[in-house]
Each structure stands twice: as C-alpha cells, then as structure tokens.
Design a protein around this ligand. Structure first.
Ligand SMILES: CCCCCCCC/C=C\CCCCCCCCC/C=C/C(=O)SCCNC(=O)CCNC(=O)[C@H](O)C(C)(C)COP(=O)(O)OP(=O)(O)OC[C@H]1O[C@@H](n2cnc3c(N)ncnc32)[C@H](O)[C@@H]1OP(=O)(O)O
Ligand SMILES: Cc1cc2nc3c(=O)[nH]c(=O)nc-3n(C[C@H](O)[C@H](O)[C@H](O)COP(=O)(O)OP(=O)(O)OC[C@H]3O[C@@H](n4cnc5c(N)ncnc54)[C@H](O)[C@@H]3O)c2cc1C
Length: 710
C-alpha cells in the first residue's frame, strides 16, 4: 500500500546532500511515507477507537471541563492560553530531549524571553500570564522568580521594601531566586551556616560562607540567570546569633552579568533524566564577606536598628517559613496537573492499544478492557480528580489563613502548616509513583521519550524532595497529631481538619455497619471508617510513645517514627477523601457530571481502603468481610467508569502540545505518529552511523578474517 508513492523528491534532495547520507538513508517507503504515506497510514490507523470511546460517555464533557477547571471562565482562559502557546513555533518542545544541556538551557532562556514579550504585547492579566507560563511547560528561572523570590519579598519585606523591590522584579529589571538550602543542610533549616553579621560602623550586613558545607546549593535560577537572591543566613548582631533570617543580596552585575566581588557562583551540574529538569540552572553560591546595606534584611518579622539592636515583632517566628507554605500549597495543585497528564496519556493509549483475544480473525481486545488494566489505571484517574479538588480547597485555606495573619490572628497557622506539609508529601509521592505506573501501563512504547512519560517522570520526581523532603514533612504532621491527641485529655476541642479527633470516645469503639457491597457507596460509611482508622492509628502511636516511660518523649517519637509516618498518611488521606465527598455534595451542573464524580470519589476512597486494608483491620475499624465487600464494590465501580474513561480525561482539556505525547494524542492516531517520530532521532540522520569506520567495520572484518582462517 505504501509503495505507490510518486513524489519522493524532497527526501532525495535532503539525503543526497552529504557523502554520509545516501538514498538508502531511510528505506524508500519512509520517503513515500513523508510525501503521501501519512495519509494512507492515517486511514489505516485506529482513529475510530477514540471516537467510539467518546460516544459511550454518559455525561456532558463540556460541563465536566468546568467542574475540573473550577469555572466556565477558567476553562475559557486556560483554553485560550494553551492554544496561544501551542500555535507558536518558539514554544515547540518535541525536540527537547535531543538537545545538549547548553542548547536546552539557551532554549529555556529564549522561551522565557518570548513568553514575556507575548505577555507584554498582549497585555495579559496575571491569571493569563501564569497559565501561559504553565503551558510553555519548561522548568526555568522564571518559576523561582515568580514562585519564590517575589512571594518571599511580599511575605517578609516591609511595605517600604516591597515598594522598592517589587516593581523591579515585576518588570524583570532584576531576576531573583530563593537561596536557602546549603551543601550541608536542606531539611534542617535551623542548621544553616551562612552568616549575616551586622557592622554598625558602616550600617551594613556582611554575608559570609564560613565553610564548604555552607555553600548555597540547589537554588533554581541561581546557577546562571539570577541577578539577585533572597538569601537565608544566621543573623549575628552585638555578638549574638539570632538564627535564620532572609536578606536580599545582589549577585551579578546588571551591566554585564558578571558575579559581584566576593561572590562565587555556578551551576551544580546535570540532573536525572535527559532534558527534563536540566532546563533549570540549579546553582552553587559562596560569599566572601559580601557587604549589603542594612535595609536589605527582610524586616517585616524582625528588625535590626541603626545601632545594631535586634527587635522581634510580636509574631510567631515560623512566619519566616511562609514562602515554603505558599509554594507547598501550589505544589499540590501541580500534582493534579502532572498526574492528570500521565493518566490522560495512559487512558487514551489503553483504548487504542489491542492485545490478544481475537476471535475468528476479528479485532483483538483493547487493553483498557482488561480488568487488571482498569484496577491499576482507574484509581489513578480518581486520584487526579481527588488531588484537583483538595488542591482547590487548600488554596482556599491558604487564602483564609493569610487574611487572618494580616489581622494578627495566628490561630490557624498550625493547621496551614500541617495541611500544606502533609498534602504536599502525599500528593507528590503518589503522583511520582503514578507516572511510573502509567509508563508501565503503556507497555514498551511508554519507555520511549516520544510517549512524554519519561520526561514527565524525570521532571516530577524531585517534587518528593524539594520544598521539604516528604518524610520530614510527614513527621511534622505526626508531631501535630501527637500534640492534638495529648490535648484531648484536657478537654481541648481540636479544630479544622483535626476536628474529627474530638469524637474520640465514639471513634475509638465504633464498628462499621456495612453489610453489603452497596453499603460502601454511602459516604457516611466511608467517612466513619477513615476517621476511625486515622484516629486509632494516632492514638496507638501516642500510647506507644508514652508507654516507653523510661524514655524522653522525643526519644519515643524517634523510636516510633515509622508508625508515625503511617498515622500521618492516614490523616492526610482522610482529608483528601473528606474534601472529595464535600465536593460531590455541592450542586454540580451538567448531565451526568455529579454521578461521574460520585463514582470517582468512591473509587478513590475504596481503593485507598483496599490498599491499606491492613490498617483498617489492625485497628478493628472494619472486619475482613467488610474489606472484601469494599473490594467487590470497587470492581463494580471500575465497570461503571470504563465507558466514561476517555471522556473523563478529555475533560482535562489538554492540547496535544501540552501533553507532548504521541501515545496520548487526542485523535488516537498513535502508530503513524510513533513511526514518524522515530525518524527524527539524530541517530537516523545517517544510515551508516558515525563510528562505523572506526569501530564496527574493523571488528566485523577482524572476525571475518578469523573465521576465514579456520
Ligand atoms: C522539561 C520537561 C517538562 C515536562 C513536564 C513538566 C511537568 C511539570 C509538573 C510540575 C512541575 C512543577 C514545577 C514547580 C517548580 C517548583 C520549584 C521548586 C523549587 C524548590 C524550592 C525549595 O526547595 S526551597 C527550600 C525548601 N526547604 C524546605 O522545605 C526545608 C524543610 N524544612 C523545614 O521546613 C523545617 O526545617 C522543619 C519544618 C522541618 C523544621 O522546622 P524547625 O523550625 O527546625 O523546628 P521544629 O521544632 O520542627 O518546628 C518548630 C515549630 O514550628 C512549627 N512549624 C514548622 N514549620 C512551620 C511552618 N512552615 N509554618 C508554621 N509552623 C511551622 C512546628 O510545627 C513547630 O511548632 P510547635 O511544635 O513548636 O508548636
Ligand atoms: C530539583 C530541586 C530543586 C530545588 N530548588 C531549591 C531552591 O530553589 N531553593 C532552595 O533553597 N533549595 C532548593 N532545593 C533543595 C531542597 O529544598 C532540599 O533538597 C530539600 O529540602 C531536602 O533537603 P536535603 O537535600 O537536605 O535532604 P536531607 O535532609 O539530607 O535528606 C536525606 C534523607 O534523610 C532523611 N531525613 C532527613 N531528616 C530526617 C529526619 N529528621 N527524620 C527522618 N529522616 C530524615 C530524608 O527523608 C531523606 O531520606 C531543591 C532541590 C531539588 C532536588
């Protein structure tokens, strides 16, 4: 069928142009494929599969897009920005994994500059600009400039400081990063070594890196792009160390970008995966007695006077960590984006891919119809929706807490810390594992860069580490849980997401009333089982810690930390389930939309119950029979999701450009795309590879010679 092509001139011209390139560079059918063959291939391809899949959906996809995005306005803006990026050749990214580190970095600078140009030319709003950057989809210095440098100044700078620095940052007259982590310390912020010593003679701070381990290490955008940084350092004045504070420090000349005197800096080197996070210039930075004016200490929370006297405002010192809290809540929203991308690719491809089961020469079975594929994939689909909704709620919580802080009400600070730290840890860990699971769900083709999954995985996995290692963050949640349990005896009523612990008498002894698989569709039954499990795990930990009477409390906590991690996870999973249930209780317009979300909510909850059955049984919250009934109901829910699966990922409304995957194409035309993509690899630029004459030919000839001598 492909052999009937007539116009092969373009291919010939290109391939004859170099001595190493011959007509045989690609097999002749490839040339024809490029001239007219793709259409033939298209006709042969499985495009109809996704059309047929879409026809089986039992809900209004357009309305589901609204439920996913949050509002009709949000769908519209996101759609416009995604298309703007997809149609602009500067933002192409299909060649990204083939670029060298230097080329990739330059490409990132180019894209960032072009994005800014478009933002200014089109006078985009902040919302539109954020979305445009998201769809450009290439980690770079701008993420840290907008995501951490600006928020740090907003959160920790005085009004005067904001007035001075923010306009410069908003117009890119300076580029900033967030320099906290050091070679020797990241998780333990109080252990940082960089010093900022006040010199009253000159009214300056002297910023210094006293040891190798005090070198700033990791900050994104620091290596090559930033002109300024918010640097975290130990404040020393009048001979006393007042602990960690933030300072605005200029690093590079605004004229020629060279490092300022006393500043040594560079990139820390290549990172995991090809392309991926290597577009970011994570950097190293050392100071040799660098002087900055006193007013470049961020002075909203505490100040140093002209005389060198330290003054701490009457606010909790943890407000210093505010930028991290802000970024952690946005990372939860990112988790749903990354997870939904991976799931979209795996669902669409699973609907296209067929293996086995052909009867009498008929079509094989779509792999999406295998129950094992469904039981691996649909919980991830449900998790994407769950994370989206809990992310929206977390954003609301963050805004609410921020307003309270402005009014000097610090009562919800602990709740904000526990929720952002815990949800960041759970959603990023699940998402990282899920992207890898989606790769496996796509079989061999999932391992190709053109599937988009390797790059997504490599970009995403550091989310388990940056902005707080997930284990360290879960231990923070566990500590707050232990504090709450210990306060129960004194009658103090827990609030916010810990309020369920106030029902301690009931939850410690309640027994689930579930007696049929359908009973697990009752949200009250789910809620009660999750609350009882989380509370009992926390109380068990508290008892075990206090029973180790010979030990200090901290030592008991240390001994029990593996159990405490699990208790923290149970608490966070309860929050995710609760927020999903609350979402589904709201009025949700659109034919069938609420029903689908209800089904996904049940899938999410019952999947977690099934996966952590040991917890539910060990704490006596449910019986083994009830556990089996939950699994039975889960199987029924998968069957309910099956005809809607493709439409449920269509509701994410991702362009093919953003998805960046030949397997996840909207039209399902996977095979011709895979085939064409392969020929773009630099190895295929020549038929005979470089190195043939040096290494392959002599080897083959030598062996031939040996054989001929035998
Ligand atoms: C190219 C291909 C692209 C393809 C695909 C693209 C796909 C894209 C998808 C997603 C990509 C998204 C990209 C996003 C870019 C992100 C960039 C990442 C940038 C990263 C930046 C960083 O990492 S910055 C550095 C972060 N560092 C940390 O997080 C350090 C962690 N450590 C801590 O936070 C603290 O040290 C810790 C909390 C662990 C301990 O604090 P400490 O003061 O030492 O002591 P402790 O006794 O534990 O606590 C005392 C007290 O304070 C309370 N508390 C602690 N923290 C807080 C807080 N934040 N808020 C409020 N309260 C807090 C704690 O509970 C204690 O309370 P009490 O018990 O005393 O009541
Ligand atoms: C891609 C990327 C981008 C980053 N960007 C920035 C940035 O822009 N600015 C910035 O300042 N930093 C940045 N960082 C640094 C990041 O914030 C730290 O790497 C992170 O906070 C983890 O700290 P760490 O490296 O010290 O890990 P460590 O704390 O050394 O962790 C090592 C191991 O020890 C365990 N561990 C540590 N403490 C405990 C404990 N108390 N109990 C039990 N186990 C423990 C951890 O779980 C982990 O398994 C970035 C990091 C990465 C990977």
């Amino acid at each position: 069928m492909w052999r009937g092509g007539s116009n092969t001139r373009t291919c010939k011209r290109r391939f004859f142009s170099s001595p190493t390139r011959s007509r045989h560079h690609r097999p002749p059918y490839i040339c024809r494929l490029h001239s007219r063959g793709s259409q033939h291939l298209k006709a042969m391809a499985e495009v109809d599969h996704l059309a047929a899949e879409r026809a089986t959906a039992r809900f209004d996809v357009e309305e589901m897009k609204v439920a996913w995005a949050g509002s009709r306005h949000a769908v519209h803006v996101a759609d416009r920005m995604a298309r703007l990026v997809a149609s602009d050749p500067v933002f192409r990214k299909d060649n990204r994994t083939m670029l060298s580190r230097k080329e990739l970095f330059k490409d990132t600078l180019r894209k960032a500059a072009h994005a800014w140009k478009r933002i200014v030319e089109l006078r985009l709003t902040e919302e539109e600009a954020d979305l445009l950057r998201q769809y450009v989809d290439q980690p770079g210095y701008v993420d840290l400039h907008w995501g951490m440098f600006v928020p740090a100044i907003k959160g920790q700078g005085t009004e005067e400081q904001q007035h001075k620095w923010l306009p410069l940052a908003y117009k890119f007259q300076i580029i900033g990063c967030y320099a906290q982590t050091e070679l020797g310390h990241g998780s333990n912020v109080q252990g940082l070594e960089t010093t900022a010593t006040f010199d009253p003679k000159t009214d300056e701070f002297v910023i210094h890196s006293p040891t190798l381990t005090s070198s700033k290490w990791w900050p994104g955008g620091l290596g090559k792009a930033s002109t300024h940084a918010v640097v975290y350092a130990r404040l020393i004045t009048e001979g006393k160390d007042y602990g960690i504070h933030g300072f605005i420090v200029q690093l590079r000349s605004l004229e020629d970008h060279s490092p300022l005197p006393g500043v040594t800096l560079g990139d820390i080197g290549g990172k995991f995966g090809s392309g991926a996070y290597n577009s970011m210039d994570n950097g190293v930075l050392r100071f040799d007695h660098v002087r900055i004016p006193r007013d470049q200490m961020l002075m909203r929370l505490s100040q140093v006077t002209r005389e060198g006297k330290y003054v701490h405002s009457n606010v909790p010192k943890q407000l210093l960590y505010g930028t991290m809290v802000y970024v952690r809540q946005s990372i939860v929203a990112d988790a749903s984006k990354a997870l939904s991308r991976a799931v979209c690719i795996a669902v669409r491809y699973s609907a296209v891919r067929k293996q086995f089961g052909s009867q009498d020469g008929g079509p094989e079975t779509q792999v999406l119809n295998y129950k094992t594929q469904q039981s691996r994939l649909f919980p991830l689909l449900a998790s994407a929706y769950a994370f989206r909704f809990v992310g929206d709620w977390l954003n609301w919580l963050y805004t609410d807490v921020t307003q309270k802080l402005e009014a000097k009400d610090f009562s919800t600070l602990q709740e904000a810390h526990a929720c952002t730290a815990g949800l960041k840890a759970v959603t990023t860990s699940v998402t990282a594992d899920a992207i890898e699971e989606c790769r496996k769900l796509c079989g061999g083709h999932g391992y190709l860069n053109s599937s988009g999954l390797p790059e997504l995985f490599a970009v995403y996995v550091p989310a388990c580490t940056y902005e707080g290692d997930n284990v360290v963050l879960l231990l923070q949640v566990a500590r707050i849980l232990m504090k709450t349990v210990s306060q129960l005896a004194s009658g103090k009523q827990p609030v916010g997401t810990m309020a369920y612990m106030g029902k301690v008498q009931y939850l410690m002894q309640c027994k689930s009333a579930v007696s049929s698989a359908e009973d697990w569709l009752n949200p009250d039954a789910i809620q009660e089982a999750f609350e009882a499990r989380a509370l009992r795990m926390a109380v068990n930990c508290a008892q075990n810690i206090s029973q180790a009477a010979s030990q200090e409390e901290a030592a008991g906590f240390y001994e029990r930390s593996p159990d405490l991690l699990e208790a923290a996870v149970a608490h966070i999973q309860l929050i995710i389930v609760t927020k999903f249930i609350e979402k589904v209780h709201q009025e949700i317009p659109g034919h069938g939309v609420k029903e689908q979300l209800q089904a996904l909510c049940n899938v999410y909850a019952l999947y977690i119950l099934h996966k952590h059955l040991g917890d539910f049984l060990a704490t006596g919250c449910i019986t083994p029979r009830q556990g089996a009934l939950a699994n039975e109901q889960l199987g029924k829910l998968y069957a309910q999701v099956r005809p809607n699966a493709v439409a449920l990922v269509d509701a994410f409304n991702y362009t093919d450009h953003y998805l960046g995957s030949v397997l996840g194409r909207y039209d399902g035309d996977v095979y011709p795309a895979l085939y064409e993509e392969a020929w773009k690899d630099p190895l295929n630029e020549t038929v005979v590879p470089e190195g043939y004459h040096e290494y392959l030919r002599p080897l083959i000839k030598q062996q031939q010679l040996k054989l001929s001598r035998l």
